[in-house]
Structure formats: C-alpha cells, structure tokens
Write a protein that binds this ligand. Structure first.
Ligand code: NAD
Ligand code: DAU
Length: 353
C-alpha cells in the first residue's frame, strides 16, 4: 500500500503527460494527482476523459512561465513531488520560433524549481523534483555508438538547446541548493494521443486522407522508438525507485531509418484500410530537409534495466499496429486537434494544406 502523497504533474494534458497522469491516477488511488497545464495547441483535456471524474485527480490550468502562479500553486497543495513534463516539444516549431521554447522550457522550468525550493526549504524529506527530458540533448550520432548517461551534452536545435539548458538548471539546483532531483532522457515516443505534427501520427492521418507524406531529405535519418506507455512505466519506476541526483536514459533498443519505418507504416495502413499493397507508399514525397537535422539517435538504457529492472513491454511492430488502430478508431479526436491552429502551422511548415 502506498502512503498518501500529493504529486504535481506538469503538461499532463499533452501526449506523454496524459499517459503518466492516467497511470498514476489509476495505480495509486491514495495519491492526489494535480495536473497543471496551460492547454496550448498540444494540450487537450479530451486525452484524459476516462479518468477526469476520479476523486484523486485535479486539473489546474496555468502557465509555468508565470512565476507567481507557480508559487501560489505550491502553497495551495503542499506537493510531495513534481513530475515535470510541460514543454514546447516539436523541433520544427522550435526552428520557426525559438523564443517560445526558451520561455516555457527554460524559464518555466526555473520557475518550478524556485517554487519547489521555497516550498521545501524547511525539509526535503520525501520530496522529489523529477524532470522529464530527451535524448536530443546529447546531439547526433554517426553510424555506430549509443548515448549513455555520461555522454557529453551537444544540443543542436533550438528545442534540444532549451531542454539541455533546463537539465543543467535542474542539476544546478541540486548542487547549489540541495534540491532532491532526478532526470530521465528518453528517445522518440509513439502511441495514442500524440499530436499529428510528429512523424507517426502525421503520416497515419495523411495516409488516411490520401495526402502527401512529406519525407525530409532522403529519409535516411535514424530514430530509436519507444511505446509511450513503456515511457510512462519507466517514469513510475524512476519516480519511486530512482536514486536522487541520478540520470536515467530510457529507450527501446529499437532503431529505425525513417524511410523503413514509413514503408512499414504504409504496409500496415494498406491492410487496415483494405487498400492494395503499395497504394499508401505512392504518397511518399521527398521534401526540403529540416535545417540542422540530427542524423541518428540511439539510447543505451542498460542502467535503467540493470539497476531498476525496467524493460520495454512490446515489440515495435505490435506497438505500431496498436497505434494505427487507435488513430483509426478515434476519428473525432483527430478531427478536433487538426482544426484551427493546426491548419496555420501546416501551411507554414509544408506550404500546403
Ligand atoms: P506535448 O507537446 O504533447 O505536450 C506538452 C504539454 O505541455 C501540453 O499539454 C501543453 O499544453 C503543455 N504546456 C506547454 N507549454 C506550457 C506552459 N508554458 N505551461 C504549462 N503547460 C504547458 O509533449 P510530449 O511529446 O508529451 O512531451 C512531454 C515531455 O517529454 C516534454 O518535456 C518533452 O521534451 C519530453 N520528451 C518527449 C519525447 C517525445 O518523443 N515526444 C521524448 C522524450 C522526451
Ligand atoms: O528523441 C526524442 C524527441 O523525439 C523528443 O524530444 C521530441 O519532443 C519529439 O518531437 C521527437 O523529435 P524528432 O524530431 O525526432 O521527432 P519528429 O516526429 O518530428 O521526427 C521524426 C523523424 O522524422 C525526424 O528525423 C524528422 C522526420 N520527419 C518528421 C516530420 C514531422 C519527416 O521526415 N517529415 C515530417 O513531416
């Protein structure tokens, strides 16, 4: 039986955050989970419909860039822990508007660190600030090798530079003020409730609507894909059993070149939509590359596996199939999130609607 705790989860209306909120609310009925989210274009309370009525769940709409609001929130709830996911998360948007990423990802994180430091000034027993970060802080790999927890930081996009900066502030608050912290750096996630600006849901939606599939460059970039529910499970293990002050890399040892992944996705979609095999792949369109595009990411998750016993629960093909099913079954969700602001972004990014 877990003792009573009040945990702040930031960005809980987003893709990964909603899976973390769902897991904690369902698994720990004795905890009170406060979901703080600004509800940007990427935040959607529809993601949490199945748990929003539960007695141990509370939603607070707020902006982490608002320092005073963060202080007030910590006074109101006396949090035992924070799991910080709120961020601007899309690399292409960071190239269009870096400042927004500095505000939310850097200033917002420091505001939360300050609020936690002040609220926990008397006693840090049982307290924890868990910062959720990305493998992109490590930069870009060549053909071989993996990112480990000791790989030097080398962020190369405005997004990864802002996340790297926030990681540094979290470590600085531990070193300087003794704040209990833990950080995890995860590889590319996929699964339900991901906003269709990211590769997999964007391409599922475009295939369904017979729209071009915009492959950046030659499609020969490599990413390491992890099912989002496995990321949420890793966060649970690290929150409860991780050693304070440590970093844990999270990844599925599951590398795919973009173009191979896209062909697999097209094949699954042809089958699900009863199309002749090869139909969806005809939508593949090579477009201008992402500026400064990182060649390859690959996570070595050995530490998390050997020290805390976590490992991914399913194979990529199975996870991708489940993901496709979810998007095809949740037409209404897709329609809601691809109206309004989405259309403006799409036009700006791809010069087409
Ligand atoms: P997302 O864009 O889907 O969700 C981000 C959430 O943060 C949204 O609900 C949004 O409304 C909220 N938010 C944004 N700005 C805010 C602000 N100023 N104040 C309060 N709330 C705000 O992102 P995601 O893909 O779920 O990523 C969540 C976290 O995990 C991020 O920190 C990201 O860097 C990290 N991460 C993501 C991946 C991935 O593959 N998606 C991989 C590794 C790490
Ligand atoms: O590695 C973890 C990171 O993964 C997270 O920190 C980020 O929040 C998350 O967005 C993701 O970043 P990527 O840039 O790797 O993900 P994205 O889905 O945008 O792109 C995946 C790959 O597909 C990348 O090589 C770029 C390519 N791509 C993407 C889009 C949107 C295309 O070829 N065409 C596209 O239209």
């Amino acid at each position: 039986m877990h003792s009573m705790k009040t945990i702040l989860i930031t960005g809980g209306a987003g893709f990964i955050g909603s899976h973390v909120v769902r897991l904690f609310v369902n698994k720990y009925p004795a905890y009170t989970i406060v979901n703080l989210d600004k509800l940007t274009y990427a935040g959607n309370l529809e993601n949490l419909k199945d748990i929003e009525q539960l007695p141990n769940y509370i939603f607070e709409k707020a902006d982490i860039v608002d320092a005073e609001a963060m202080r007030e929130l910590f006074k109101k709830y006396h949090f035992d822990g924070v799991i910080h996911l709120a961020a601007e998360s899309h690399v292409d948007r960071s190239i269009l508007n870096p400042l927004e990423f500095i505000m939310t990802n850097v200033v917002g994180t420091v505001n939360l660190l300050n609020a936690a430091k002040e609220a926990w000034a008397e006693n840090t027993d049982g307290k924890l600030f868990y910062h959720v970060s990305t493998d992109e802080v490590y930069g870009s790999l060549g053909e071989t090798g993996f990112f480990t927890e000791t790989t030097a930081y080398d962020p190369r996009s405005p997004y990864s530079a802002s996340k790297a900066s926030s990681d540094h502030f979290v470590r600085a608050y531990e070193n300087t003020y003794g704040l209990p912290v833990v950080i995890s750096n995860c590889s590319n996630n996929y699964g339900s409730y991901q906003f269709p600006e990211k590769l997999i849901p964007l391409f599922i939606n475009n295939i369904k609507n017979n729209k071009p599939l915009p492959v950046y460059g030659k499609g020969d970039y490599t990413r390491d894909w992890l099912f989002v529910e496995d990321h949420a499970a890793a966060i649970d293990v690290i929150y409860h059993e991780g050693k304070h002050g440590e970093t844990y890399n999270i990844g599925g040892f599951n590398e795919w070149q973009n173009i191979d992944l896209i062909h697999l996705l097209c094949k699954i979609m042809d089958r699900k939509l009863s199309r002749v095999e090869g139909t969806s792949a005809q939508l593949i369109t090579y477009v201008k590359d992402r500026p400064g595009h990182d060649k390859r990411y690959a996570i070595d998750a050995t530490k998390l596996n050997t020290e805390l016993g976590w490992k991914p629960s399913l194979q990529f093909e199975e996870g991708l199939e489940k993901t496709v099913d979810w998007y095809l079954e949740n037409e209404e969700w897709l329609q809601h999130v691809t109206s309004g602001e989405y259309l403006n972004y799409y036009k700006k990014q791809y010069d087409t609607v």
